[in-house]
Write a protein that binds this ligand. Sequence first.
Ligand SMILES: C[S@@+](CC[C@H](N)C(=O)[O-])C[C@H]1O[C@@H](n2cnc3c(N)ncnc32)[C@H](O)[C@@H]1O
Length: 261
Amino acid sequence: MTEDRDNFGYSDYTVYKQMHLQAILQTHLRVCEAVFRKNDWPHKIYHYFDLHAGPGLYRHNGRIIKGSPMLFLDAWMAVGLNCRAVFFEIEDDRRTALIKNLSVILRRTPLNISVAFHGDHLKFLPCYFDQDAQRPRKKFGLIYADPSGSLPPFELLARFFEGKGYSTLDVLLYCSPTNLKRQLKASTCPVQKRLGDYLELIPKRHWIVREPYGPHQWTFLIGTNWTDFPTFERLGFYRWDSARGKEIFDQLNFTREELAA
Ligand SMILES: C[S@@+](CC[C@H](N)C(=O)[O-])C[C@H]1O[C@@H](n2cnc3c(N)ncnc32)[C@H](O)[C@@H]1O
């Protein structure tokens, strides 16, 4: 079990992150299960990519916290779709802990899943790019990015979604736009792009955003091409073309001074 001293960015808001992630995964798997049941055209395997997997389980203040890989397995086992899950974790110790933690569960499940573990997603995600330029079967599932303080790998995600087979795969990001806004004004290496510019790199027609939490404005962003994607309003998520969604996007894109001007 990974201990507190190895904590990788646990904050007061992590508990909400894990709660909301669990709700998103459960609903997403159920919706995909219904699509597979009713249609012949999709590739009937749920694809899950976790770009920042962590150790799977860790201890914080004496409590055991389930990380995203564990939450995914819990949600997947309740639905039981054929599945391919790919976990990326750059730190060797955490990746070893993750393999150990997941194998305890995977050994016991009779369900059909293939699992792969890799290090740096920048190096290994390209192994999963969809090279089929013709008419690939549409793949359903989710790619999740949960960096601690840095930006999600937007350019990498843009290249991933060039694959036509992934147009039906959704993207989930957890990030802090405050850090990005601070970099806009940094004296060294200022960035030129705002959150909205980065999101535009990813070819998704709809974005759903969660109310930001805390001074770092921790938020979830869901990118999808499904017009009827569930919105999770009871958890504080809004489509970006709704009135509240637009307000939140402005808050995330612009500094307080810019909004007041
Ligand atoms: C905030 S933690 C992820 C927490 C995890 N999603 C969870 O719910 O428990 C971010 C993790 O991403 C890993 N990481 C950072 N850069 C990475 C990269 N380029 N490739 C793979 N893993 C990376 C870090 O080592 C760290 O364990």
